[in-house]
Design a protein around this ligand. Structure first.
Ligand SMILES: Nc1nc2c(ncn2[C@@H]2O[C@H](COP(=O)(O)OP(=O)(O)O)[C@@H](O)[C@H]2O)c(=O)[nH]1
Ligand SMILES: [Mg+2]
Length: 629
């Protein structure tokens, strides 16, 4: 069933509540005080079913708001989720201050549809009615209601009500459905306990859907709550869909933990931040708005304090708009596209409003870069927005999880939008990357491999982890980029090492042979090593190439330099250490003579070896003796 939320707007006593009652039979003034004083203080709710043009059922949920200036904040909590507004103007009074303020609010919230209802038409003659119509025509010029009907009614006699219902049906037919596929958010407008039910909250479900047994996350407390039961427009239902007046019976939270302004949302998907970037509009009637001004901010059903930081000017002139960052007294679960209203501190009047562009503002960027970025976001073109968000992350990319939290789009929506952006955005596992960033990562990686090869002509390739560390590429992206480079034959992987394609191991046969000769010679010599220069002389290759090989063997610790002219194979030193450990069990002390015996070496080798062991903290010299550590 298509569901349309209708809100009332207008000055106090102009007949809003009477109109809702005349249409639905429901008295939305439910508080005792409201009945006694005859004024609406808080939000009231009613509903009505009508048949659409093709006979299909249409369900109207009415949110009746207070008109008194003192209760505009309650009005604001109700008007956020509405699809269309009934601007109520009493024929005998015409336009009054809250007619203007409520209408400003509707425009700032970007409400797209509505009907102007001239109530109390029974109290005036037709000439007066014509004058009021002219006055209203002027008032609405240039606004979203300019071309909408103005319908005189009387809630007392019933005049005009059928025509009004007819217009409601026509308008409902062209109202786009709200997005059930988006991340679920239910801004709470009422909390109460019901006998036999426990804790109940109500609100207009602005996006997504809620089923019985769903787990929801409560903002700002991040508490989890389980849905025990769902009601839509006062009737038990399996699920509530976007655009429906919804009541939930909750388990897992106490009534005292809930209040108007909190939001129930899909669990685990949202992140909140107290800083938001917005497009801010100042009403023509407001005073110029200075940098750093504190205001009341109303968004969804909540009210917080916001400090305004204008991005490009010191002051915002009435009737103009600008990019700004708002610093909120409490983080709200807002998404781009959400609307808000700002009200002055004193006197408390509506001075402006705007649209959320980003709840994760850029830090440390140039003015020009920020401005360009916010322009892209303000375009509200999903492709442009997604591209800008991914591009902003550069070579780090944008993770899916962040993409969801930043945009409020579910994964499926992002995936389908990516379908049309294959030229511009690639998906690397769980990370989104612009093709430009992929290109620059690829070239950084290939040139790192090239550099490595230049510096290490005798090594056949670089280990992937070494490459990753030296390039500092995000590990999730590194694997993807390397795999695609290997796939494109820009890199090759062999023996677990990466190298440029076609790289033959530069070590020629005689070099490889010399390397193995050197290694073998030292490995089999144990601690009785020959002089390095004697080994080198015996090789087939020239001295320079031999020196390179020795350097390489020293670098990978196959050979270990103990003194200027003594080099040992690492295995010989390792077995010496083992021998010393065994010796330690017998006696921890050792002099040079007993070391010579133990190692089986002459004094020429014993002294440099002991000094090496001291440096390595295997032994410590104490006078003429050594202690084995
Ligand atoms: N004569 C007449 N009185 C009306 C009409 N609609 C409302 N009223 C009266 O106007 C007063 C204010 O109406 P109410 O609906 O409470 O106004 P609200 O403050 O805009 O909700 C009440 O005394 C109503 O009986 C109407 O169409 N004709
Ligand atoms: Mg009322």
């Amino acid at each position: 069933v298509k569901s349309i939320i209708v809100g009332t707007a207008g000055h106090i006593d102009h007949g809003k509540t009477a109109l809702v009652k005349a249409l639905t039979g429901i008295d939305a003034d439910r508080l005792e005080e409201e009945k006694r004083r005859g004024i609406t203080i808080d939000l009231g709710f009613a509903h009505l079913e009508l048949s659409g043009p093709g006979g299909e059922p249409l369900r109207f949920g009415f949110v009746d708001v207070p008109g008194h200036e003192r209760f505009v904040r309650n009005m604001l909590a109700g008007v956020g989720g509405i699809d269309l507004v009934l601007l109520v103007i009493a024929a005998d009074e015409g336009i009054k201050p809250q007619t203007r303020e409520h209408f400003d609010i509707c425009r700032l919230l970007s409400i797209q549809r509505g009907i102007t209802v001239l109530t109390k038409s029974d109290l005036v003659d037709s000439d007066t009615l014509d004058v009021v119509r002219l006055e209203i025509g002027d008032f609405l010029r240039g606004s979203f209601l300019e071309n909408s009907p103005i319908i005189p009614v009387s809630s007392l006699t019933g005049t005009g009500l059928e025509e009004l219902k007819h217009e409601l049906v026509l308008m409902a037919d062209t109202t786009p459905s709200r997005n059930s596929a988006a991340i679920t958010r239910l801004p709470i407008d009422r909390v109460f306990t019901m006998k036999g039910f426990g804790t109940v909250v109500t609100g207009t479900l602005i996006a997504g859907s809620i089923r019985k047994e769903d787990e929801l996350e409560l903002f700002p407390s991040h508490k989890r709550a389980r849905v025990r039961g769902v009601q839509v427009h006062g009737t038990t239902a399996d699920r509530a869909s976007a655009g429906e007046r919804t009541a939930l019976n909750l388990a897992g939270v106490e009534k005292s933990e809930l209040e108007r302004g909190m939001v129930l949302a899909s669990a685990g998907l949202l992140q909140t931040s107290p800083r938001i970037d917005v497009r801010l509009s100042l009403l023509p009637s407001a005073k110029p708005l200075k940098q750093g001004t504190r205001v009341h901010l109303h968004a969804l059903t909540s009210e917080v304090i916001a400090t305004i930081k204008l991005h490009d000017a010191k002051q915002l002139q009435p009737g103009t708009d600008a990019f700004a960052e708002l610093n909120l007294s409490e983080a709200l679960p807002l998404f781009p596209g959400d609307r808000f209203i700002i009200r002055q501190f004193s006197p408390v009047i509506t001075i402006g409003g705007g649209v959320v562009l980003d709840a994760f503002p850029l830090k440390k960027v140039t003015k020009a870069a920020r401005s360009e970025y916010l322009q892209d976001l303000a375009s509200a073109d999903p492709v442009k927005v997604l591209k800008a968000r991914v591009a902003r992350r550069g070579e780090r990319g944008l993770s899916f999880q962040h993409a969801i939290a930043e945009t409020g789009w579910r994964e499926g929506i992002i995936t389908s939008r990516l379908g049309s952006m294959k030229q511009e955005i690639v998906r690397a596992g769980d990370v989104l990357l612009t093709t430009a960033a992929l290109k620059s990562l690829s070239s950084r990686i290939t040139s790192a491999v090239r550099d490595f090869q230049k510096r290490n002509p005798l090594v056949h390739g670089i280990a992937p982890e070494t490459l990753r560390e030296s390039t500092d590429v995000d590990p999730r992206l590194f694997e993807f980029v390397v795999a695609s480079l290997v796939g494109d034959k820009q890199l090759e992987m062999s023996n677990g090492h990466l190298h440029l394609p076609g790289r033959r191991v530069v070590m020629e046969d005689d070099e490889a042979e010399s390397r193995s000769t050197i290694e073998q010679t030292f490995a089999s010599a144990g601690l009785k090593v020959p002089a390095l220069k004697d080994v080198v002389v015996g090789l087939k290759i020239d001295k320079a190439r031999a020196q390179k090989i020795v350097t390489l063997l020293l670098r990978d610790k196959t050979l270990i330099k103990v003194s200027d002219d003594l080099v040992f194979h690492h295995s010989a030193l390792a077995s010496l250490r083992r021998q010393l450990q065994i010796q330690k069990a017998k006696s921890p002390k050792l002099d040079v003579a007993s070391f010579k015996d133990l190692a089986g070496v002459s004094r020429k080798y014993a002294i440099p070896l002991l000094e090496y062991l001291d440096r390595e903290r295997v032994t410590r010299r104490m006078g003429d003796e050594r202690v084995i550590l």
